[in-house]
Structure formats: structure tokens, C-alpha cells
Design a binder for this molecule. Structure first.
Ligand code: AMP
Length: 197
């Protein structure tokens, strides 16, 4: 089962990807996590990505496509994967399509987690507050200024993917305003449908 979770920052992609990965033994592929690890490790990719990520902009297609191409090759991805935060541009979506075709793989579903725009900012602010209260480190891009840039990047670059995957007949939309367990149940229903198709 190969899935994409699509949605704006704060929609709950990471939370749902992790739940699905645990339940179905799939690999969660979060380009955001991989890039944050690269920044922490001080690698070449990390050096290139750090300032852009901090500002809330998108890292170059070339870098993220390279990361995913290498990662999908790994044996643990054979059973299936959940892409969380990739693709984020049409170019990335095209590259992913070519990559999967060349490996004889396909997408089973693209799940759009739909949320009201107005709650995204408060969700992300809450995430930062909860992280602080738990003694954790708040993401460098979880602040008002970077969030504005992240939302703009989503609407400019990523939201066209909703139409793209609809045309590709892979798009399924779930209500991301529901409680976490309900969103999971909706996604499970989508997966059951995709498995039958
Ligand atoms: P995320 O954890 O998915 O919110 O990603 C955090 C940041 O990493 C984004 O704001 C971008 O700067 C960068 N990033 C993650 N995935 C991608 C991607 N597919 N394309 C471009 N930039 C990305």
C-alpha cells in the first residue's frame, strides 16, 4: 500500500501518517523530518535547506526529489509507504510518478486531509505551546512569520495537487476537522476501498 497524505501545515498529516505506519507496518516518509535530520547532522543538504526551512519556504525540488528517490529504493519500503509532506509541487508529483512507474509501483490512494483555513494558525500555535510545556524544542518554523510563508507556499505550490490527483483518479478527501480517531477511521475506510479497487 503506497499512500500520499496531502494537506496544509497543521492538517494533521504527521499524526495520521504515524498512526497508519504503526497499524499497517508501513514506512512513514516525511521529507520535513528527513530535512530536519539533515540540518541537525550538518550535512551538505542540511546546509542548503536550513535557512529556507526556517523562513517557511520550500526547499528545491531537486533536493527533495533526490531524497525520496534514494529512500524509496530501500528494502523497508517494499511493503509500502506513506508520503507525508511530499510531493509539494507539481514537479515533485511528476517526478514521483516517473519514479514509481520505473519501479513497477503505483499509488493506491492520495488522501486529502481537509481543514478550515482559520484553524490552522491556532493549531500550529498550540503545537508549539504543548511542545514547550513538555520541555521539547519548538520547530524553528513554528512562528507567525514562517507560518504565513508556509501557508502561502501551500496555496501557491501544493494545493494544485488536489486537482492533479483528482484528475489522476486517486484523490480521496477526509474531514480533518474531526477528532484524531475519527480522521483515522475515515482514512481506514478509504484504504479498504482502495484495496478492493
Ligand atoms: P514539514 O515538516 O512537512 O512541515 O516540512 C518542514 C519544511 O521542510 C517545509 O516548510 C519546507 O521548508 C521543507 N520541506 C519539507 N518537505 C518538502 C518538500 N516536499 N518540498 C519542499 N520543501 C519541503
Amino acid at each position: 500500500m503506497n499512500l500520499i497524505l496531502l494537506g496544509p501545515p497543521g492538517a494533521g498529516k504527521g499524526t495520521q501518517a504515524q498512526l497508519l505506519a504503526d497499524k499497517h507496518g508501513l514506512v512513514q516518509l516525511s521529507t520535513g523530518d528527513m530535512l530536519r535530520a539533515a540540518v541537525k547532522a550538518g550535512s551538505e543538504i542540511g546546509k542548503k535547506a536550513e535557512a529556507i526551512m526556517k523562513s517557511g519556504g520550500l526547499v528545491s525540488d531537486e533536493i527533495v526529489i533526490g531524497i525520496i528517490a534514494d529512500r524509496i529504493e530501500q528494502p523497508d519500503c517494499a511493503k509500502g509507504f506513506i508520503l507525508d509532506g511530499f510531493p509539494r509541487t507539481l514537479k515533485q508529483a511528476d517526478a514521483l510518478g516517473s519514479l514509481l512507474t520505473s519501479k513497477g509501483k503505483d499509488l493506491d490512494a492520495v488522501v486529502e486531509i481537509k481543514v478550515d483555513d482559520t484553524i490552522l494558525v491556532s493549531r500550529i500555535e498550540n503545537r508549539a505551546r504543548e511542545t514547550l510545556a513538555a520541555g521539547g524544542t519548538v520547530r524553528a518554523d513554528d512562528n507567525a512569520e514562517a507560518l504565513k510563508t508556509r501557508l502561502m507556499a501551500y496555496y501557491r505550490e501544493t494545493s494544485p495537487l488536489v486537482g492533479y490527483y483528482y484528475a489522476y483518479r486517486k484523490l480521496q478527501t477526509v474531514d480533518g476537522m474531526a477528532p484524531i480517531a475519527d480522521v483515522s477511521a475515515q482514512i481506514e475506510a478509504v484504504l479498504k476501498g482502495a484495496a478492493k479497487a
